[in-house]
Design a protein around this ligand. Structure first.
Ligand code: 13P
Ligand code: ZN
Length: 270
């Protein structure tokens, strides 16, 4: 059996959490990540018949039965993952009934998966329907996007259009736009269902006055998706109080669609 700390998925998770902390997106225990793992790959590193603990999921996700995830722990700090991955991360398997979670590795101090587990698992369910390649659900608290939810209309078309107008490449990176949830109590099944519902039509879901969720096929791509939206929000906050002299027009957005072979969310451009 190979050392799980050398597994590419583990190395990438450690690098990503460290980088997210460095970006200021994950103060204290802020943020959480779940990464869908390949069963055959997990078996290279772990005896998957050895279950350390079993938890109640608190919801039912039968379509995830038998699937393996690497998940950040609740209350754990992204800045500490690199120093103690086995305390701050866990490798989990969803049981056959889709209602329990088996711990195969990690949470070595007796810990548990993130409190946002419902939003993560329900989002995996929905994104896998849209894109069978989706593996990552990432949540964090980037300052500019968060600030934007205090001063910008939360209408999804308006919010998306503003972000697209802030940097030329935004429409190329997230042509599906950004969906927005109003403030809701976090860590609940309710916000989990609401987030997953928003994931049917976009890979980015803003939680007003809280943070953002991004999804993608790998950690790098998902990080880049959030990074791009956060950069746009930063530009917005730099200019929102100034007279607007220039912008990216819808005509120019259509040129970007053609040049990069993307299609903007229907109805979002004139
Ligand atoms: P956890 O520490 O439970 O992952 O919660 C952090 C967070 O960002 C809640 O939304
Ligand atoms: Zn949060």
């Amino acid at each position: 059996m190979k050392d799980v700390l050398t597994a590419p998925f583990m190395v990438e998770m450690i690098r990503t959490t460290t980088n997210m902390y460095a970006h200021g997106w994950d103060e204290r225990n802020g943020g959480n990540i779940s990464l869908l793992l390949d069963e055959a790959e997990v078996k290279e590193y772990l005896d998957v018949t050895q279950v350390l603990r079993t938890y109640e999921a608190g919801f039912s996700a039968p379509s995830l039965a038998g699937k393996y995830f690497l998940v950040t722990g609740t209350g754990k700090y992204f800045k500490n993952v690199q120093y103690a991955p086995d305390v701050n991360l866990g490798i989990l398997r969803i049981t056959g009934d889709g209602e329990h979670v088996e711990l195969l590795w990690g949470y070595a101090d007796g810990g548990k998966f993130t409190s946002e587990f419902p939003a993560h698992m329900m989002s995996h369910v929905e994104r896998l329907k849209v894109d069978p390649e989706n593996r990552v659900v990432m949540h964090c608290h980037p300052g500019n996007l968060l600030a934007m939810t205090y001063v910008h209309d939360l209408d999804e078309v308006q919010f998306t259009r503003t972000l697209w107008q802030m940097c030329t490449e935004c429409i190329v990176v997230f042509p599906d736009g950004v969906n927005v949830l109003p403030w809701m109590l976090c860590g609940t099944n309710e916000i989990g269902f609401a987030t997953a519902d928003k994931m049917k039509t976009a890979r980015l879901v803003v939680w007003a006055q809280h943070g953002i969720y991004g999804t993608g096929k790998d950690l790098d791509e998902t990080f880049g998706l959030i990074e791009t939206a956060e950069k746009a929000a930063e530009i917005y906050l730099k200019i929102a109080h100034l007279p607007l002299v220039n912008t990216i027009t819808d005509e120019q957005m259509h040129l970007l669609e053609q040049r990069f072979g993307v299609k903007a969310r229907p109805g979002y451009l004139n």
